[in-house]
Design a protein around this ligand. Structure first.
Ligand code: ZN
Length: 298
């Protein structure tokens, strides 16, 4: 029933629960432009559908999402000028030059869209497993509730791997707490699912193999609430965070993120907008494996 190429869209429970499934399991649901544009369409479709009360966001395969897609054949086809290029690379700042080009593209497809999903007029649940890395965190954080299975692990490795100050939607201090956010960003270590549960970022940890079924049962409980009450609960909490400075902090951190890209663009004389081996960075082959932050391991 899905007319999407990179995801699945299903509605169950008399139309009250919509499930969006990221469907690039071989690429660990890495996010390229085609997937992100379809995801925005699917979220807005669920938002427009008056029967839908809860939206579940999940990922097919062993991982929820390994982050932005920096190099698969699909991602390269999206970016490369020509008939196969995704049309959004010829708009939304894509035809501009210099810092403006990346700044506008990332604003539209990494910051503004994530904000839009966070404020969706439905209750959203991210159901995650396996790798939830870097931009995978952004997708998950945009949802109102996060449930996981025992295999889930969380990390933003862009500091350690790419010389960047975190991903574009900088919710880290709000989700991890300020000290843990600094530790995880400075080391690239991961957070275990038990620690994520202890921090309150994850509401439920289901046994491996039961994520889909148990998430649906959880969603059904929430779908029983009267729609306006559910939305006003969401809005009351989101407004509280916005009044505490969440929105302004996101904007400010995004500006730093773009400054960080501009640094690498200048340092590489236009060759790259992240830290590369040519600039003294690590190649992926040499990067240490991602390991969980542990109490006594330096
Ligand atoms: Zn970026």
């Amino acid at each position: 029933m899905s007319e999407y190429r990179w995801l699945l869209y299903d509605v169950t429970d008399d139309g009250t629960i919509a499930t969006i499934t990221l469907n690039r399991p071989r690429q660990r649901n890495a996010q390229h432009r085609g997937l992100l544009v379809e995801l925005d369409h699917a979220f807005l479709r669920a938002e427009a559908d008056d029967a839908v009360k809860v939206v579940i966001l999940r990922g097919a395969g062993p991982a929820f999402s390994s982050g932005h897609d920096l190099g698969s054949a699909d991602a390269r086809a999206d970016m490369t000028p020509g008939p196969g290029q995704h049309p959004t690379y010829q708009a939304y700042g894509g035809t501009r030059t210099g810092v403006e080009q990346l700044w506008l593209q990332e604003w539209h497809f990494f910051l503004r869209n994530t904000r839009r999903w966070r404020d969706l007029r439905k209750i959203t649940i991210a159901a995650v497993q396996g790798q939830v890395y870097a931009a995978g965190l952004m997708l998950m954080w945009a949802c109102d509730l996060i449930v996981a299975d025992e295999t889930a692990e969380f990390a933003d490795v862009v500091g350690a791997r790419l010389g960047m100050c975190g991903v574009e939607y900088f919710a880290h201090p709000w989700e991890f707490g300020p000290r843990k956010a600094k530790e995880l960003l400075l080391t690239g270590d991961s957070l275990t699912v038990d620690e994520a549960y202890r921090l309150g970022m994850v509401s439920k940890v289901f046994p491996a193999g039961r994520l889909e079924e148990d998430t649906l049962a959880f969603a059904r409980r929430i779908a029983r609430l009267p729609g306006p009450a559910a939305l006003m609960i969401k809005e009351a909490v989101n407004q509280t965070q916005d009044n505490q400075g969440f929105y302004n902090s996101l904007q400010a951190a995004f500006t730093l993120h773009e400054l960080n890209h501009a640094h690498w663009a200048v340092a590489s004389e236009g060759g790259a907008y992240v830290w590369t081996p040519e600039a003294g960075g690590l190649s992926y082959k040499d990067a240490e494996p991602i390991r969980p932050a542990e109490r006594s391991r330096p």
